[in-house]
Design a protein around this ligand. Structure first.
Ligand code: GSH
Length: 241
């Protein structure tokens, strides 16, 4: 039995939904309500963050560790290359995008979206506990302050994150100009991680979230800056998701 504790909006959780689907595994999803999630996560795992995977009596936290665990326990459709050098390259790319895209795209998005509570509340309550849509609007003002604090989201850090994101998007784009995949000749966890983490800019249907009809113009303008360099995300989603 596999159970994924997660947030539907989280791009790190999307890595795991995708990995589980790629391996055609049956799993149960438990959507937690951001702000109250740690009541559950800290009870079952070391840190408060999602994704957390429960498999039999094993608990694995963190998207990269979960993919490694899944590849060990369910080797079909492996996302980790067998070849040692390619494996190292895939893990290195994954670490790079986790750190240089995951954190920064989230900061850039929330810096803008936290000022649009309706969008964030919809993201946070989709398919979650029934009481979410009643309680979250009440919690939101405090949650917003907490999120800005915890994720260091402010004007200055967001400007720096924009630079990180630009550098990482350029690096991926250049690499994928000459290579079909980030590593070797097949789809690996590196491609899966990069595409999942950039998905909030591309809003792919298979992410499984009801994206808003349109983003606030400030966010759309930011996305437009990178748009020419993100076509590969849609390609990977349409071929492998
Ligand atoms: N490096 C971690 C990052 C996970 C992460 O940042 N999760 C966020 C959601 S996107 C979270 O759970 N935040 C709330 C918290 O840390 O309590 C991973 O790859 O799983």
């Amino acid at each position: 039995m596999l159970t994924l504790y997660q947030f539907p909006i989280s791009h790190y959780c999307e890595k795991i939904r995708w990995a589980l689907d790629h391996k055609q595994l049956q799993y149960e999803i438990r959507n937690l309500l951001p702000g109250l999630h740690s009541l559950k996560t800290t009870k079952i795992a070391k840190r408060s963050s999602v994704p957390v995977l429960l498999h039999d009596e094993n608990i694995v936290q963190g998207s990269s560790d979960i993919i490694t665990y899944l590849d060990e326990k369910f080797p079909q459709q492996s996302l980790t290359p067998k070849d040692v050098q390619l494996k190292d390259e895939a893990l290195e790319w994954e670490k790079y995008v986790d750190e240089e895209i995951g954190v920064h795209i989230r900061r850039c998005c929330y810096h803008i979206l936290l000022e649009h509570p309706n969008i964030v509340i919809s993201f946070f309550t989709q398919d979650g506990p029934w009481y979410g849509k009643y309680i979250l609007p009440l919690m939101f003002p405090k949650l917003k302050i907490k999120m800005r604090e915890l994720m260091k989201i402010n004007e200055e850090t967001t400007q720096a994150s924009r630079q990180h994101l630009g550098t990482a998007i350029d690096k991926l784009y250049l690499h994928l100009q000459n290579n079909k995949f980030l590593v070797g000749n097949e789809f690996t966890r590196a491609d899966l991680a990069a595409a999942s983490l950039l998905a909030p800019f591309c809003m792919p249907e298979k992410y499984g979230l009801n994206w808003p009809d349109e983003y606030p113009s400030e966010l759309q303008e930011l996305i437009d800056e990178f748009q020419g360099k993100l076509d590969w995300v849609d390609t990977i989603y349409s071929k492998y998701r």
